[in-house]
Design a protein around this ligand. Structure first.
Ligand code: PDD
Length: 281
């Protein structure tokens, strides 16, 4: 495997950034993950737009033109021979002696790109059987709309899920409402048959998979209620699923051990996964 680091490609095992990189010191950076599906980056523009928004919100300089960045992403995919998998991009505020304020203007941001293959069969197996979800308190900061590499609460939630034999964690605010997954957006088909997902004003990441799926839902005349749902509503739901780059649309068949519907992926979830994959191809 090969990684791109600050202007050059090196063997993955030897690809390094400085110990005083602000990403390492302060989690002072942002990232994006694209699905590579049949050789193509899914939701390409959406992720690019969100990257620029995240950089802008944190006042990190744009490291290179969109055209140059696109070239680096494509080249990293090519050099790693990825046909199905993900490509990962991280941009940090660069390397400077450890001090909390921003470094001197002109300090170049650090840019890292990696790509890895993930067999399609893995996702397909999960889509067929569905996966278990565990709820966890959402202990994150107030700017979850920015895709920063500061993911400690997310990884603690994910780890708790894995230790409980679940695949994903759904985070829950102080009102008992589900915010989002540790690395995914959360959806249900509620007990009245309504498709629900939390609105993005309410401090969650505006997922690119979510945005595309919402367009498909509209095109196909399915009704969507963009409104938060509680853990109790989720447990009583007919169907539950989550969306993200890599996961596409993945059915959740249990929440905290409570079976969702008949414990199998539901028809709407299956249909939405199919619609998403068709347009991504
Ligand atoms: N995670 N919510 C959170 C907290 C996320 O980290 C992600 C993506 C999403 C879904 O966004 P999108 O559909 O744009 O991938 C929602 C990536 C995949 C990750 O952290 O690896």
């Amino acid at each position: 495997r090969v990684a791109y680091v600050n202007g050059s490609y090196s063997p993955h095992g030897q690809a390094v950034v400085h110990i005083e990189d602000r990403g390492f010191q302060f989690a002072d950076g942002v990232y994006e993950v694209w699905s590579v599906f049949d050789g193509k980056m899914a939701d390409f523009e959406g992720h690019m737009t969100r990257l620029h928004r995240s950089l802008n919100e944190l006042r990190i300089d744009i490291p290179m033109s969109a055209a140059a960045l696109t070239q680096v992403l494509r080249e990293t995919i090519r050099r790693n021979r990825v046909v199905n998998g993900i490509v990962y991009l991280q941009v940090t505020r660069g390397t400077a002696r450890r001090d909390h304020p921003f470094p001197a203007p002109g300090t170049p941001p650090s840019v890292v790109v990696t790509a890895k293959s993930i067999p399609l069969a893995r996702g397909e197996a999960q889509a067929r059987k569905g996966v278990a979800v565990l709820t966890q308190p959402d202990i994150r900061w107030g700017r979850c709309d920015i895709k920063t590499v500061g993911l400690l609460p997310n990884i603690l939630a994910k780890q708790a899920a894995r230790e409980a034999g679940a695949y994903e964690a759904w985070m829950v605010d102080e009102m008992g409402l589900v915010t989002e997954g540790s690395s995914t957006n959360a959806w249900i088909v509620d007990e009245n048959g309504k498709l629900r997902t939390r609105d993005t004003q309410a401090n969650i990441l505006k997922g690119c998979t979510r945005t595309t799926l919402m367009e498909l839902i509209k095109e196909h005349g399915v009704e969507l209620d963009e409104r938060p749902f509680s853990v109790e509503e989720a447990k009583r739901a007919r169907e539950a699923f989550f969306t993200a780059a890599g996961a596409f649309v993945t059915p959740a068949v249990s929440i905290d051990g409570t079976k969702i519907g008949d414990g199998k992926p539901g028809p709407i979830t299956k249909r939405l996964r199919q619609l998403y994959l068709e347009q991504a191809r």
